[in-house]
Design a protein around this ligand. Structure first.
Ligand SMILES: O=C(CO)COP(=O)(O)O
Length: 151
């Protein structure tokens, strides 16, 4: 059986927003800048990030638990389920996180599922304005998954 992790309805994508504390102002500013595009998609976020983005933009955001309390794992699970097509994760490159294993697991699942990941604002700008956003490579998962069943 071929593994297909991404089969969202029409052109609406699931976009997950995650930001460590020092990066939250950047995430809010980025979300405001791209509010019109983000408003066309389903938004998910870890708890605190999601609250800030929702408050600042008025956009609906499905909020998971706070990152250190399991939110990263919940985002990872939704990637594995095929609900999330793009991960914007502004992580703090200068501060050790108590939930580092969760962060690593989330990034691992995103890579495995061929989900684009933007870890800083420059990359996030490129990804969210890319013409490929309208036609993401949803079928191309890691070839090592071929023949495996995820459900
Ligand atoms: O810690 C996080 C990601 O690893 C972010 O979680 P919060 O959005 O709840 O702060």
């Amino acid at each position: 059986m071929t593994t297909q992790l991404h089969t969202p309805a029409a052109d609406v994508m699931g976009i997950a927003l995650v930001a460590h504390d020092s990066c939250k102002p950047d995430m809010v500013a980025w979300a405001r800048e791209h509010q019109a595009i983000l408003g066309q998609h389903r938004l998910y976020a870890t708890g605190t990030t999601g609250g800030l983005v929702a408050d600042e933009t008025g956009l609906p955001v499905v909020r998971f638990r706070s990152g250190p309390l399991g939110g990263d794992q919940q985002v990872g699970a939704r990637i594995a389920e095929g609900d999330i097509d793009l991960l914007i994760f502004f992580w703090d490159a200068l501060t050790a996180q108590p939930h580092e294993p969760d962060v690593r697991a989330l990034l691992r699942l995103a890579v495995l599922a061929n989900v684009p990941v933007a870890c800083n604002r420059a990359t996030a700008d490129l990804v969210i304005t890319s013409p490929l956003l309208a036609a993401p490579d949803r079928e191309h998962v890691d070839t090592r998954l071929a023949g495996r069943h995820t459900s």
